[in-house]
Write a protein that binds this ligand. Sequence first.
Ligand code: GTP
Ligand code: MG
Length: 174
Amino acid sequence: ESAGSDAKNLRVKLVLLGDSGVGKSCIVLRFVRGQFDPTSKVTVGASFLSQTIALQDSTTVKFEIWDTAGQERYAALAPLYYRGAAVAVVVYDITSPHSFHKAQYWVKELQKHGSADIVMALVGNKADLQDKREVSVQDGTEYAEKNGMFFIETSAKTADNINQLFEEIAKRLP
Ligand code: GTP
Ligand code: MG
């Protein structure tokens, strides 16, 4: 097919991974419903939502999103959700070096056990909290580059870069 001439409808299984409290559920809520919940509850097990976007060439991409629970007690469940996923979005909180280390753990886990052709994105969330930043843009960028990932900083609170995150993922689908 020549680029841009034929409309396609893609369906994509996407999993979000990352430490508890980094904002995974808020990113999904912002993307799917355009809302932000400052009192967001911790996710139990995982939750499922879907959202369809249209690209410029009139391709549509339906994201089937598995929002996993970041609390340690749920770690053993993660393979159920990332197995067979075409896309993994690994999230950390730019104010938390611990969450950045946890993100690296998930990247290694995905490299070992995820699909061979998985598209991976590294997301530094809570970019609105610049005065509390403890993970530099450079640290995120370098780690992502080394691991062949797409990198972006987002804010589920202000909506900054949330749609861009999913649009960039869509562009990178095989
Ligand atoms: P688990 O479900 O336990 O894995 O956590 P989670 O990653 O889903 O975190 P959640 O989305 O529930 O957000 C945790 C807290 O961070 C909530 O109090 C949110 O309001 C807050 N939060 C999420 N995203 C942002 C953001 O971009 N900026 C700011 N300032 N706060 C955020
Ligand atoms: Mg959650």
